[in-house]
Every structure is written in C-alpha cells, then in structure tokens.
Write a protein that binds this ligand. Structure first.
Ligand code: HEM
Ligand SMILES: *[C@@H]1O[C@H](CO)[C@@H](O)[C@H](O)[C@H]1NC(C)=O
Ligand SMILES: *[C@@H]1O[C@H](CO)[C@@H](O)[C@H](O)[C@H]1NC(C)=O
Length: 461
C-alpha cells in the first residue's frame, strides 16, 4: 500500500515537473529567467484544490504564508496562481489594471450576464463605473435616507417577538434597499417577481454548472431569462412615460450612457448580486459581535439614543448618519474581522515582474484580503474584536474591505448608510439573544456565522 502511494506521488511530481517545464518554455519573454515565487503546485491539473477546500481556506492560506512568505504560488481549480498577502503587493495588483484583468469562471459570467461591470476593463468598464458611482456617491444617496429608514422599520417590525435567521432576514432588507437604489419608488410594483426569479438564480449560482433540464443551473438560466424580460418591461414602460429618474436604472437608460437593453439588464442584475449578500453578511456579523460584546453594544446604543434625543422631529436624515463615529468603527472592525470577501481574483495579461519574481502571463493572482486584515504586522491582536483600534487610521493598504483601484466597490457608501440606519433602530428599540450554537463559520460563498445566526428579537421595555 505504502509502495503504491509512494509511486503515485513520484509519478505525480514527475508529471508536474514536466508540465511546469513546458509551461515555462512557453514564456519566451525577456522576463522568463526570473524565478517563480516559492510554493508547491500539488498534483497535475487538480493541484492543491483539495487541500484548499478540505479545510477552512484561510487555514490553508495562513499555513502557506508561514511556510513561504507573503507571495507564493499554488495551483487550484485547474489554474496556476500566485497568492499575495502583503499590503503593497495587493495594492500593486489592484491598481495596475493594464497588467491584471478581472477573471471569473465562465459559468458565473453566463449567469450574471457577460456584459456586467465586474468582467470588463478599458472604456466600457470606465463608462459603467462612472454611471454607477454617480448614483451611489454621497450627494446622490442622501435623498434615499427616508426610504431606507422605512424599509428598515418594516423589517424590524416583522421580526418582533420572532425567532429569525438573521442572514435570511438581512438579505430581505438589503434586497429591498438594492431595488430602491436601482428602481426608485417604482420598484414596489415588480418586487415580488424580481425576487422570485432572483432567488432561483442564486440557488443555481452556487451549483454545478451543468445545463440539463431539471438541474439547478438549468432553472437558474431560465430565471435569468425571465429577469431580462421583467427588466425589458420596466424599461419600455419608462420610455413611454418619458420621465427622468434619479436612480441607477435612470442613469443606465440616459441617452448619454449609450447602453443597450441587454447591457443594462446584465448590470442591474450584477449590482443586485454585488449589493445584497455582501451587505447582509456584514449585518449578520455585526449582530453577532454586538451580542457577544455587551460593553460595545452599550456604547453603540448610547450613541444612537443621543441622536434620537437631539432631534426635534422624527425620521433620520443624512446628517444624523454622520454623527455616528462609534457605530461606524463597529462597522469597520466587523469588516476587518469578518473579511467576508476573503480574497479576489485577477489574471496577469502579460509576464509581470514583481519583487524579483515572475508572475507568468495567464496565471491567476489572488490578493488575500482576509490574511492582510488578520496579520499581526498590520493589526495588534488581530483575532480580537476591538472597534477602538479604528480611532487611529490603519496603515496604508492594510484595510481593504471594499478592494482598491480600478474595480474598488462603488457601493461602499450605500452599504455603510443602510447598515447605520438599521443599527440605529435595532439598538434603540430592540434587544436580542442568539439561539443555538454560535461558533463556526460557513462559506456561502461569503463568510457567515454558522446557520445564518438564529436569534430571537424582543422590543425593549
Ligand atoms: C458591505 C458590503 C460590501 C462589501 C464588503 C463589498 C465589497 C466589494 C469589493 C471588495 C469589491 C471589489 C472586488 C474586486 O476588486 O475584485 C466590490 C466591487 C463591487 N461592488 Fe461592492 N461591496 C459591498 C456592497 C456593495 C453594494 C451595496 C453595492 C451596490 C450598491 C456594491 C456594488 C459593487 C459593484 C458594482 C462592484 C464592481 C465594481 C467594478 O468592477 O468596477 N457593493 N465590492
Ligand atoms: C421583507 O421586507 C419588507 C420591508 O421592506 C417587509 O415588509 C417584509 O415583511 C419582509 N418579508 C419577509 C419575508 O421577511
Ligand atoms: C486605495 O488605497 C489607498 C491607500 O490606502 C487609499 O488612499 C485610496 O483611497 C484607496 N482607494 C480606494 C478606491 O479605495
């Protein structure tokens, strides 16, 4: 038995040497003499995919960093890749758009829509980014505050006295805020249809990409088509009405934008995708961390109550949300500790030299956000939840919950705003207790407390 495994390993390493040699020969540029970063490539083709997925991926990355340093090579999901966990290297990769392009599995591209912002570079990407940023910049989203507040109040009201799965309910909240920012007040008409299709799409997104009748993937592709039809209907109604709208769809549909209906549909669905689960995961972690840290919860509650007391009339306004420094630090610290986007992907478009190493053309490059956020070099006692650490600005590039550079998150202001509004009402009106086991993380695909954090919510007093 042992002989057999030894032979297999030998054969495997021989093969990987052969594959590596032939790979290296292909790179006939002047940089080919540079060494590759240190690291192991595992088995041919499957590489280290099993090692990555058989354990918490962050444990895999952390053990690699310990062994090889902050830049190392590996081989996952059929792709050779370089993983980077130094702040400077991460910034380099994310800001050099001409050297590193975004990259996603083809099945995910098909599901969200090939024309969605994430997948592009150059002129088309810059145009979309300008349109999205215009809708989500502070001056534009300040007018959303009352509508976001009303969504938050409806949600909290429906949770009162109930046992709820925090993540599922937060997804309902963030979905409704996303629809509001995309469709303005019109959204209410189409909300249920859009949700029904989107839920089917989402289940297919994380399934095996096999397009046969009956599979989740097949159903998702059908739901994707139906979503396009609903959006076409909304756009045609808007064109007939000839009104101006200050929401994302209005921005996409403006003459100057020069987008086709298909491009608009891909990007509307893309923004829902980017906006919903991310923000809902962060909210779920905040509820957990506040529940586990009574003194922090007390301080947040006091900050929010003082805003309530200082106001003559009911209803939050934009300026109120700028008077929540302590609550904002709780959000920052949650973004750091939870690091819901553990890493992102790029692909080298040519041979790149970095710190004396070769990153060959075609290799994937993964900036490891979570490892940067959890390195003791960047944050003292990194595993500790301590919002006060953000009283001092973090060192440059050590804190990138929204990425950096050309593809950095254009929705970060909206995300922070909706979280603040929900927390304002949650902490001033309710208390909650967690139900069931509270330790453990699941990836779905964003890091999430186990089982979506079941809690029970009570009104205060
Ligand atoms: C707390 C919640 C959120 C987190 C942690 C987050 C994080 C990120 C990160 C890290 C990226 C960059 C990914 C990369 O470089 O590969 C990104 C991109 C993006 N995010 Fe967010 N995001 C959040 C909420 C939102 C919201 C609310 C919206 C929309 C309103 C949004 C829209 C987008 C879009 C459109 C992109 C792609 C930008 C581009 O490719 O140019 N995100 N997000
Ligand atoms: C979803 O959120 C809305 C508020 O926007 C609320 O009225 C409704 O009860 C929620 N639905 C579920 C299923 O939680
Ligand atoms: C990128 O990082 C630099 C340095 O930390 C920071 O000044 C800049 O605001 C970041 N850009 C984005 C878009 O997050």
């Amino acid at each position: 038995m042992e002989f057999f495994t030894t032979m297999l390993c030998l054969f495997a390493s021989l093969l990987s040497i052969l594959v590596l040699n032939s790979l290296i020969k292909i790179f006939s540029s002047k940089r080919r003499d540079l060494p590759l970063p240190p690291g192991t490539m595992g088995w041919p083709y499957i590489g280290e995919t099993f090692q990555l997925y058989s354990q918490d991926p962050n444990v895999f990355f952390a053990s690699k960093i310990k062994r090889f340093g902050s830049i190392f090579k590996s081989h996952i999901l059929g792709c050779p890749c370089v993983m980077i966990s130094s702040p400077e290297a991460a910034k380099f990769v994310l800001n050099k758009a001409q050297l590193f392009k975004p990259t996603f599995p083809a099945s995910k591209e098909r599901m969200l829509g090939k024309q969605a912002i994430f997948f592009h570079q150059g002129e088309y990407h810059a145009n979309l980014r300008r349109l999205v940023l215009r809708t989500f910049m502070p001056e534009a989203i300040r007018s959303f505050v009352p509508a976001i507040e009303s969504i938050a109040l409806d949600c909290l009201n429906s949770w009162e006295g109930q046992s709820i799965t925090t993540f599922l309910e937060m997804k309902n909240f963030t979905f409704n805020v996303a629809l509001l920012s995309i469709f303005g007040k019109d959204e209410i008409l189409y909300r249920e249809d859009l949700k029904r299709c989107y839920y089917i799409l989402e289940r297919g997104y994380n399934s095996m990409p096999i397009n046969l009748p009956g599979t989740l993937f097949h159903k998702a592709m059908k739901a994707r088509k139906e979503l396009s039809q609903i959006l076409a209907q909304i756009m045609s109604t808007r064109r007939q009405m000839k009104q101006d709208h200050n929401d994302l769809l209005g921005s996409f549909m403006s003459e100057k934008a020069g987008l086709t209906d298909e491009q608009i549909a891909d990007n509307v669905i893309g923004v829902i995708f980017a906006a919903r689960d991310t923000t809902a995961s962060v909210l779920t972690w905040i509820v957990k961390y506040l529940g586990e840290n009574p003194s922090v919860l007390q301080a947040v509650t006091e900050e929010q109550e003082s805003i309530l007391k200082s106001k003559a009339e009911e209803g939050l306004i934009w300026e109120d949300t700028k008077k929540m420094p302590l609550t904002s630090r709780v959000i920052q610290e949650t973004l750091r500790v939870a690091s819901i986007l553990s890493f992102t992907f790029r692909e080298a478009v040519q041979d790149v030299e970095y710190e004396g190493y070769l990153i060959p053309k075609g290799w994937k490059v993964l900036p490891l956000f979570r490892n940067i956020h959890h390195s003791p070099d960047n944050f003292k006692e990194p595993e500790k939840f301590d919002p006060s650490r953000f009283e001092v600005a973090p060192k440059p590039n050590t804190f990138m919950p929204f990425g950096n550079g050309t593809h950095a998150c254009p929705g970060n202001e909206l995300a922070k705003l909706e979280i603040l509004v929900l927390l304002h009402h949650l902490t001033t009106k309710y208390r909650w207790c967690m139900e069931g086991a509270q330790n453990g993380i699941q990836y779905g695909p964003f890091a999430l407390p186990l089982n979506g954090l079941p809690i029970r919510l009570y009104p205060k007093k």
